[in-house]
Design a binder for this molecule. Structure first.
Ligand SMILES: C[S@@+](CC[C@H](N)C(=O)[O-])C[C@H]1O[C@@H](n2cnc3c(N)ncnc32)[C@H](O)[C@@H]1O
Length: 307
């Protein structure tokens, strides 16, 4: 007998306005130091092995591409239709650089995977965990990992403008408008999670160890991750390690008006430029035709599967 499960809307879908070429052009590029942080955490384990990486919520495979330089086997998974096909094109068909890794492409979400239990060394969930049912996904991620394997959850949020308060004020007004439009159950869920800088991810102590939460370029203040007031309760526990790192130049850039417009368009729901033309004009005036420094707050949460 067939059972019908009501379809839950997936986050970050084409229907919501995702455009991968804009994403590639305007989102921050993951710098080598991002991967160094992952690899040095994993290398710190007494029996770390380096055979299989799994990149969930992989989208077009940006993080998977770098993992392929370190792991001979990379699983690339994403539930939205068409995304892993695009990743396959970019990683295998058009890229001689990553051709030496063995890729496995799976159209599936973080909550239910076909990956065999206890087979993954390092799992990455970058800019995607907010779209999942957190507790279910964290349990499923643990199932796939080897004992001693590493799970890494990362999220970078909206950059702030440095040294030009008028421009920062105008940029904030644009995000206030985004926040008004990012509503409904799916976006409420996602925004709450990113607003807590992933502090709402819970790692039961009998299942996980060595949890390390690293906050980069957040000026020591969790509020610097928030785009609005929506929140979730923190699940950070006393035994976990929390680290604040400031002044990371790998997450700073110099950008002008076209970039700000392009960057906003990479967030769903997408706001057509014409609908907030007045707000863009205020930012444009504040920038006086020039460029400004931006700094992006980033969170990386590391956890090790306990036996
Ligand atoms: C902003 S993109 C991140 C892409 C890539 N990981 C990166 O860091 O650039 C978010 C991704 O999460 C995926 N996603 C949505 N729901 C998901 C779920 N339940 N489990 C895993 N990924 C999901 C979307 O399909 C999308 O590709």
């Amino acid at each position: 007998m067939e059972t019908t499960v009501p379809a839950r809307e997936l986050g970050f879908s084409i229907k919501q306005g995702v455009n991968w070429s804009e994403y590639l052009d305007y989102r921050p590029v993951y710098p080598p130091s991002f991967f160094d942080r992952i690899y040095s955490y994993h290398a710190g384990k007494p029996h770390a092995s380096w055979s299989v990486a799994h990149d969930i919520g992989a989208g077009c495979g940006i993080v998977s591409a770098s993992l392929a330089a370190r792991f001979p086997n990379v699983i690339v998974s994403d539930p939205n239709p068409g995304y892993v096909s695009l990743a396959r094109q970019l990683l295998v068909e058009r890229s001689p650089l990553t051709a030496s890794a063995q890729f496995r492409f799976l159209q599936e979400g973080g909550e239910k995977s076909s990956v065999e239990s206890g087979t993954v060394d390092v799992l990455t969930a970058c800019e995607c965990i907010q779209w999942t049912d957190l507790a279910v996904a964290i349990r499923e991620i643990r199932r796939g990992l080897k004992v001693g394997g590493t799970a890494v959850f990362t999220h970078y949020t909206v950059p702030r403008i440095i040294g030009n308060p008028l421009a920062q004020h105008a940029w904030k007004s644009i995000w206030n408008e985004y926040s008004k439009r990012a509503n409904g159950p799916l976006l409420d869920h996602a925004v709450q999670i990113i607003n807590t800088a992933l502090d709402c991810l819970e790692f039961p102590r009998d299942e996980w160890e060595s949890v390390r939460r690293v906050h980069i370029n957040a000026q020591g203040d969790p509020d610097n991750y928030r785009i609005d007031e929506r929140r979730r309760e923190s699940r950070v526990q006393g035994w976990e390690e929390v680290v604040w790192e400031e002044g990371d130049e790998d997450w700073a850039e110099i950008q002008g008006i076209q970039w700000f417009k392009g960057y906003l368009a990479t967030w769903v729901p997408v706001i057509p430029e014409s609908e907030i033309q007045d707000l863009w004009e205020v930012l444009e005036v504040a920038l006086e035709g020039g460029k400004v420094r931006i700094e992006t707050p980033l969170t990386m949460v590391f956890a090790t599967k306990r036996a």
